[in-house]
Write a protein that binds this ligand. Structure first.
Ligand code: 0RA
Length: 659
């Protein structure tokens, strides 16, 4: 293998010059407005933000090609988003069609040369659908390019140019309104307003955009990214000398780590750049984030396989050589060495192949060997220089191996007894009559009295109830053996009927709607979170399959004696009072606040929370892996303060969907 310098685009071939001629005309933009979800995935908040990523990613491509060093993103008070970079600027020459290349890039689907030979290559998934899609879905858009000392402008409305591309002014005009310290000699500025007719929401999220930009800055060290939100007068700058090392420190920032410095490896082999950082914490979860050309490959791929192979072999090898692992002891397994591991893998290559349904898996076969070689070298070298780090890692892995063995024995014991096979359903479970899992619902209810109400209020034909009470085990901190022996969790596992851990079998799951029902207060949220954590860590397939739900019990009952309304928050309560008053039933309106589920009688609980015709269930979805892991370690980890802050202040990051 040889090392060589690389220059490439996020999506395309290294060194290929994109020119006006490579742009190919494929399709009109009306298709985008007809079926926006086909192009951006959805028209909810996620789809809305896809517009921002689309524009920003083009600027990041310029940074990856080493021709841009700074990107400014502004959420304007009037709802527009502005993205400015100091890259080469979008080409403005005449395209084969006779129009300016700038216009073609913004008005023709799949233009931008990405589909032609020699230009950008599409990266797969939802990435790289092109800025023309953003234009089509924007009620207004403006692009300004600074190239060769000249400023070029075009305005659009719903994808249609308002005027031909015009040349107007130079660098002074192009840099107007920018940070005064920023003297661009070339670059692109894009302003767009999402079309309210196309989206369910046009409210951009500071948090989402900041998280994504921070991640981009980690993955492109040396790149300055500034985010400003004029709506709330907030500004943040992202710049990381340390690249993925800074990323790993960030991911572990609320954890106790085994060593102060992450192991860092970086090399370019045969045109593929590999950058990896890893650091252990004192938890049990594995948190490995992998990227290929800045794209989060959530389904892994060859880079992850290579990394894992390197980690297992190099740690075993070092453990033997150093005598930390004795001759009679067995090798550490992959699982053992990944307990408590936080790592970021970033590869950049010229011709990425994205596979799988979501195009989130890297397929390039050659990458496995390259990553494996680079990471093995890096780890071995680090441990030779820092043997104390090595001993701590091996100790931790050995503990993991012993715990795993204990868990296996515990599980075997339980399985032999048949307890997890559903042979003896727990006594507390009030099961339903239905036997088809697709039609069956399980309500997991906090507290005995609420459990009683739910049992009486339910429709026993298809709704089962399992009450849970008392202090629940914090599963984030517990391994499988303890989870299994917990008398809170065992009945749940048995009721679900699908086993747990390696022997989990989704096909045996007895309910396809598993609904968490707890008080609408902080304690209730905490208990729900403990259960969420249990599913996330020990039965992720249940969440992945969309079988886990949160109930929405009401907080208020507003009644006139004749008419009763329920409200889940103050806003709904006030609305209900207003409505009932307006209907001529003023001031005999009574308001009852439910302090807990236990205060509701069975009929009320049925009517408000369990009746499929009137209830609201929130489906639990996990956002991206880094975020989910962070949320759970924040909520469940050793340190109390971040957890308290989170429960008090922060919105649920486990994404909720109304169904
Ligand atoms: C294609 C070719 C070249 C630059 C770009 C696209 C480009 C696109 C965007 C979108 C936002 N910012 C951007 N910056 C650059 C380079 C053409 C050349 O000069 O060879």
């Amino acid at each position: 293998m040889t090392a060589q310098p690389i220059r490439r685009s996020r999506r395309g071939k290294a060194g290929d010059e994109y020119t006006t001629a490579t742009i190919q005309v494929l399709e009109g933009l009306t298709a985008v407005r007809k079926r926006p979800s086909m192009y951006i995935g959805s028209t909810d908040a996620r789809g809305l933000h896809q517009l921002v990523w689309e524009v920003v990613d083009n600027s990041i491509d310029e940074a990856m090609a080493d021709v841009a060093s700074r990107i400014d993103v502004t959420i304007h008070a009037d709802g527009r988003v502005e993205v400015v970079d100091d890259g080469r600027g979008i080409p403005t020459g005449r395209h084969a069609s006779g129009k300016s290349a700038l216009e073609v890039v913004h008005t023709v689907l799949h233009a931008g040369g990405k589909f032609g030979g020699g230009g950008y290559k599409v990266s797969g998934g939802l990435h790289g659908v092109g800025v023309s899609v953003v234009n089509a879905l924007s009620s207004e858009m403006r692009v300004e390019v600074l190239r060769d000392g000249k400023r070029w402008v075009q305005d659009y409305a719903r994808g249609d140019p308002r005027i031909p591309v015009r040349q107007s002014g130079g660098a002074k005009e192009a840099n107007r309104g920018l940070d005064p310290s920023w003297h661009r000699s070339s670059g692109t500025r894009t302003l767009f307003r999402p079309d309210p007719e196309m989206f369910e929401t046009i409210d951009f999220s500071w948090e989402l955009i900041a998280t994504r930009l921070r991640e981009s800055a980690y993955l492109n060290k040396g790149l300055w990214i500034r985010l400003r939100d004029e709506r709330i007068d907030r500004e943040k700058n992202f710049y990381f000398e340390g690249g993925v090392t800074s990323f790993v420190r960030h991911l572990n920032r609320r954890r106790e780590t085994l060593s102060p410095r992450p192991i860092h490896v970086e090399r370019i082999v045969e045109g593929t750049s590999v950058e990896v950082a890893l650091q252990y914490n004192d938890g049990f979860a594995e948190n490995v984030l992998a990227f290929a050309n800045n794209i989060n490959t959530v389904d892994g791929g060859t880079h992850v396989t290579g990394f894992r192979a390197a980690l297992t072999t190099s740690l075993n090898e070092w453990a033997r050589k150093s005598g930390t692992l004795s001759e009679k002891e067995a090798n550490l397994s992959g699982e053992d060495v990944r307990e408590g591991l936080t790592a970021v893998i970033s590869v950049k290559l010229t011709d990425p192949q994205f596979e799988g349904q979501t195009k989130a898996k890297l397929g390039n076969a050659e990458v496995k060997g390259i990553v494996q070689a680079v990471v093995t070298d890096g780890i071995v070298q680090h441990l030779e220089e820092n043997p104390a780090d090595g001993r701590r890692i091996i100790e931790k892995s050995l503990t993991a191996a012993r715990a795993r063995e204990a868990a296996r024995k515990a599980r075997d014991l339980v399985i032999r007894k048949g307890a997890l096979e559903g042979m003896a359903l727990p006594g507390k479970l009030a099961d339903c009559q239905e036997r088809d899992p697709a039609q069956s619902e399980l309500y997991i209810v906090e507290g005995d009295s609420a459990g009683g109400s739910a049992k009486q209020g339910r429709d026993r034909r298809f709704q089962a109830v399992l009450p849970m009470f008392g202090k629940m085990l914090n599963v984030e901190k517990a391994r499988l053996d303890r989870v299994l022996s917990s008398d809170k969790i065992r009945p749940l596992v048995i009721a679900l009927g699908a086993g747990i851990g390696e022997s989990f079998d989704l096909g045996k799951l007895r309910y396809h709607r598993i609904c968490l029902l707890s008080d609408a207060d902080v304690d209730g949220a905490h208990i729900s979170t403990l259960l969420l954590t249990f599913f996330y860590r020990h039965m992720p397939q249940v969440i992945d399959s969309g079988y886990l739900f949160l109930c929405q019990p009401p907080l208020y009952r507003v009644s006139t004696g004749k008419v009763t309304r329920y409200a889940k928050d103050e806003k709904e309560r006030d609305l209900a009072i207003k409505e009932l008053s307006r209907e001529g039933r003023t001031k005999n309106v009574s308001v009852q606040r439910f302090k807990g589920l236990g205060e509701m009688n069975p009929e009320q609980l049925w009517e408000t929370t369990m009746n499929p015709d009137t209830r609201t269930l929130l489906r639990v979805e996990v956002a991206d892996a880094g975020e989910a892991d962070e949320v759970f370690s924040t909520l469940m980890g050793e340190r109390v303060e971040p957890r308290r802050d989170f429960i008090r202040g922060e919105a649920r990051k486990v994404r909720n969907l109304d169904i």
